[in-house]
Design a protein. Structure first.
Length: 256
């Protein structure tokens, strides 16, 4: 399963095409240095096309982090996990590296069906020379557009259509891609903050109870957080909090 995902993620390296050119060294015994030529006179156009592919590939790699943040469910997952850590008041535990790495693998699980569809219907046929590059790109964009539409609220989409004064689209395929991405991002942010609010409620109750007890005992100088944090962790362990949070989060993403 993961081998296909890795092939999908790195397929752009394969799409760069064959080698840039062939080497044609001069005889070593002639007394002149060895020369290397990038292609020959007969294949200048393929060499130029391959060079353009490499330039596009490097450009895509430079914006890959932005694509990961805006075109996947990574934003929702990492924000929810950050809210959970703040609600538990465990400071920097789990560390940022753990949260980001865990969020990446959860994102991979969510995006697995889309990546499989893109690989089987776009990348694999293109590598087999069954379809052209433009058709492969259109097919990939179609699957990705379906994922974005599924997780985008109509109100958010209408907001950006109004801001840009764009005409009302007749269907999902008529929505401009840049407007769809912006609407998807704020939809994910809103959903993540809603989940974060729900996560804070039970731990807020613990804080209020501990504060009331300390005030009634006249312990004004003792910070309530020192007492409430162990109880929060204990409650989270007793209810199997990681299972509940991740199960609900992934269930909402996969069943939408």
């Amino acid at each position: 399963m993961y081998s296909r995902v890795l092939l999908t993620l790195f397929a752009l390296f394969i799409l760069a095409g064959p080698a840039i050119g062939q080497t044609s060294p001069e005889p070593i015994g002639s007394g002149f240095p060895v020369t290397v030529t990038m292609g020959s006179d007969d294949d200048d156009r393929p060499a130029i096309a391959t060079t353009l592919k490499i330039v596009l590939l490097l450009t895509l790699l430079s914006v890959l982090p932005a694509l990961l943040l805006t075109l996947t469910s990574f934003t929702r997952i990492v924000i929810v996990l950050s809210f959970l850590r703040n609600a538990l008041n465990t400071q920097s535990l789990p560390p940022n590296q753990i949260l980001i790495g865990f969020s990446l693998f959860l994102t991979l699980v969510v995006m697995q069906p889309i990546l499989d569809s893109i690989y089987s219907e776009a990348i694999s046929p293109y590598l087999s020379e069954e379809i052209e590059l433009t058709e492969a790109i259109d097919t990939s964009a179609h699957h990705l557009r379906g994922f974005l539409i599924k997780h985008t609220r109509e109100d958010d989409l209408a907001l950006f259509l109004q801001i840009t004064k764009s005409p009302r689209p007749e269907g999902p395929d008529d929505v401009p891609f840049q407007i769809l991405v912006a609407s998807f991002v704020i939809s994910e942010l809103k959903t993540a903050f809603q989940i974060g609010f729900i996560l804070f409620l039970p731990f807020l109750v613990i804080d209020m109870v501990i504060s009331s007890i300390l005030l009634s005992m006249g312990m004004f100088m003792l910070p309530p957080m020192i007492i409430s944090t162990p109880f929060k962790i204990l409650l989270f362990i007793l209810v199997d909090g990681w299972n509940l949070v991740i199960g609900s989060l992934m269930g909402g993403l996969l069943s939408a």
